[in-house]
Each structure stands twice: as structure tokens, then as C-alpha cells.
Design a protein around this ligand. Structure first.
Ligand SMILES: [Zn+2]
Length: 192
């Protein structure tokens, strides 16, 4: 999963923490090819797909390395698990997008499911929708049936924010898989 292997877990009534390491340690110098010196680990926390109804956090022990002859420092490559500096894992993002588009969960519910702040969940869903869908030049290939869905994005005192999403129902019609989100949410505002 995500290039990580689980080395320990701590589960209580409220949350699950999975301790992980990168499967393939990046422990050779990319310059000279020699085995690097280990500088120990740093912890990185990533919100992940909920485990049952508990928010799940990945506690990744990221190993750090040094090559003295080349004067290089680096760390294990986590890009399979998460975008650089992201607070939510790729598994967590996939869960959140599906929760929004297919299960019609609100961003508040998604944030609670991930165990993160509303803004963190909102930013994560928007950027992942953009990354997966807008940047994918093949996203309209094989599309025959399109459904348009609209969600209340956020209730405010002055009105509701809506998002419009376009869903490709072709795989559902052909029974080849789940519906696909084609266009990332575009927020529009409507007075309440
Ligand atoms: Zn080196």
C-alpha cells in the first residue's frame, strides 16, 4: 500500500495509528552509488482512509541519510504515499473524493473521517480533484454517459456555496466499474 509497510499499530475507540516505513529504503547515494550513512528517522503524520469508523493516521518513520564524500543529505522517498508536504495520504485523498462524489458526504463529515480540520480536508479534496481530473488529458476518453451532480459545499450565514461536479456514468452502465469524477468541483455561491 502506497509503498509503505506497516510495522506497528495502536487502535483505541477514537482513532487508529499505523506506524509505517518505506518498503524500499533510498539508502544508496544517487551520486556515487555507495551505501549511505543513516542519520536516524523523522516522523511524518499523514491522515489516511478511516479504519472502520475511526480516523486513521499513518505515522511514517522517514529515514534520513548522508553521503559524506559527496556532501549529500536526503530522506526516503515518500511520493508514492503522499504529495510533498501533504497532510493527507493518497489513500486518504481517494477515500475523500469518493466520499464527496459518490457517497455525498459533506466536507465536515470528510474532515471528521480523516481526523483533520475542515480547511485541511477542503484543500486536500480540491487539489486532489484538480490533480487527478483537470490534469488528466485522457479524462474524456470513452465517455458516453455524463451525470451532473450538485452538492452544497458549505453552509454559511449568508448563503450556501455549491459545487458542480460532472460524473462519468459509463463504467456503471457498462458494469465495468464505479462512476468517475471528470471535472473538479467549481464553487459557486448562492444566497440562502
Ligand atoms: Zn555519494
Amino acid at each position: 500500500m502506497l509503498g509503505l509497510t506497516v510495522t506497528g499499530q495502536r487502535i483505541d475507540a477514537r482513532r487508529a495509528v499505523l506506524e509505517c516505513r518505506v518498503i524500499d529504503p533510498d539508502d544508496c547515494c544517487h551520486e556515487c552509488g555507495d551505501r549511505a550513512r543513516s542519520l536516524g528517522t523523522q516522523s511524518r503524520y499523514l491522515a489516511h482512509e478511516p479504519f472502520g469508523c475511526r480516523p486513521t493516521t499513518l505515522l511514517v518513520r522517514v529515514r534520513r541519510y548522508q553521503c559524506e564524500p559527496c556532501n549529500r543529505y536526503w530522506a526516503d522517498d515518500l511520493r508514492a504515499a503522499a504529495e510533498p508536504r501533504a497532510k493527507v495520504s493518497r489513500g486518504g485523498l481517494a477515500w475523500a473524493l469518493k466520499a464527496l462524489v459518490v457517497d455525498h458526504l459533506s466536507v465536515s463529515r470528510i474532515a471528521a473521517g480523516l481526523g483533520v480540520a475542515w480547511n485541511t480536508a477542503n484543500d486536500a479534496v480540491l487539489s486532489e480533484g484538480h490533480r487527478q481530473l483537470i490534469n488528466d488529458p485522457t479524462r474524456f476518453h470513452g465517455v458516453a454517459v455524463i451525470g451532473v451532480d450538485e452538492h452544497v459545499w458549505r453552509h454559511t450565514r449568508r448563503g450556501d456555496n455549491y459545487v458542480t461536479v460532472i460524473i462519468d456514468l459509463t463504467p456503471v452502465r457498462d458494469k465495468t466499474g464505479p462512476a468517475r469524477l471528470l471535472v473538479a468541483p467549481r464553487v459557486s455561491w448562492r444566497p440562502g
